[in-house]
Design a protein around this ligand. Structure first.
Ligand code: NAP
Length: 327
């Protein structure tokens, strides 16, 4: 590996790994490319310094791939390979205008993310964060028949918003609770309806019916603020909101307020609009489980994502169709 792209001494293509990539991907890239890593603390300015001459950029959800970075890289740039399935951090249109391919890492993180949504469902339903915090901080004074009463998931109504890969896997996992599965999606999913007995509803109806609402749509202009004050008000007073998709889908201030007023049962969140900042209202809100964007964070998933990123880069640089082209 060279220390800067411009320092490459051979004719191998150069890859800028914006922040960090697991060894499973680095090994594949380093076999035939010059690779530069920005490091976990790489600022947008630092990335613009490193980008000139890059043939490929590996990005992740924290890296804004915008016109500035694309221009800094230069006209030889062939691919932006995102280490994520969501690609709201990438200006896809600007890439397309410059003839730059964009790829993502679907499928290999579906199980991990759906499992985390289920974990958040459990944790929020049974108030695990506050119960554990009380225990650790010395506030547990003994068994209390009325303490930490939560929602029993068996027989509950599960509302899946966005019945794509992760939404479907989540639906499969919660099907074991023998309740009902309702879903809101742009297009009907007859297979899921057939296999899981899921019922497609409009979002408003789903919100009024589900005990658990789990979000699985991408962050787009259309889905920004999907769950705002009005939508939260439509939810049952004991319902749980789970968000492992993207922060901008939910009005965090409205959610914090609803939790504070007891207008909603609980929330389990993995993602926030301006990560790594977490709105103070959510940090202070009761019955709110907060995780630091770890949806795909299993060894199996992250290693597979790293391999996929490398495969996409190597395909594009080799002149063939990358396996996970977004545009
Ligand atoms: P996917 O297979 O593309 O599924 C997305 C689903 O959302 C599709 O079913 C799509 O409907 C639906 N959808 C899109 N726009 C919609 C709208 N405006 N209204 C209603 N439904 C809409 O994607 P995925 O692999 O399941 O991933 C989903 C999202 O999860 C990603 O975009 C990412 O943001 C997030 N994610 C987070 C983590 C994490 O670490 N927390 C990890 C992985 C993924 P159609 O089927 O009709 O197109």
């Amino acid at each position: 590996m060279s220390s800067a792209l411009g320092a490459s001494v051979d004719s191998r293509p150069t890859v800028l790994v914006s922040r960090r990539l697991l060894a499973a991907g680095m090994v594949r890239l380093a076999g035939s490319c010059e690779v530069v890593e920005g490091g976990l603390d790489a600022t947008p300015e630092r990335l613009c310094e490193l980008a000139p001459g890059a043939d490929a950029i590996v990005a992740d959800p924290t890296v804004a791939v915008d016109e500035r970075l694309l221009d800094a890289a230069g006209p030889q740039l062939r691919i932006v390979a995102n280490f994520a399935v969501g690609h709201d951090n990438v200006d896809v249109e600007a890439c397309t205008q410059r003839g730059v391919l964009v790829t993502n890492t679907p499928d290999v993180l579906t199980n991990a993310t759906a499992e985390l949504a289920l974990a958040l469902t459990f944790a929020a339903a049974r108030r695990m964060s506050e119960a554990e915090a009380d225990l650790r901080e010395g506030r547990w004074t003994g068994w209390d028949p009325q303490a930490y009463l939560g929602l029993e998931l068996s027989g509950a109504s599960f509302g899946v918003v966005g019945m794509g890969r992760i939404g479907q896997r989540y639906a499969e996992l919660v099907a074991g609770f023998a309740g009902e599965i309702v879903y809101a999606s742009r297009t009907p999913k007859p297979e899921v309806e057939r296999e899981l007995g899921a019922l497609r509803l409009g979002l408003e109806e789903l919100l009024g019916r589900a005990d658990v609402v789990s979000l699985h749509v991408p962050a787009t202009d259309e889905t920004a603020g999907l769950i705002g004050r009005d939508e939260i008000a439509r939810m049952k007073p004991r319902a749980i909101l789970v968000n492992t998709a993207r922060g901008p889908l939910v009005d965090a201030a409205a959610l914090a307020e609803a939790l504070g007023e007891g207008a909603i049962g609980a929330a389990g969140l993995d993602v926030y609009e301006h990560e790594p900042q977490v709105p103070a209202g959510l940090l202070e809100a009761p019955r709110c489980v907060l995780l630091p964007h770890i949806g795909s964070a299993t060894t199996r998933s992250r290693e597979a994502m790293a391999r996929l990123v490398a495969d996409n880069v190597l395909a594009a640089l080799g002149g063939s169709e990358p396996p996970n082209r977004v545009s």
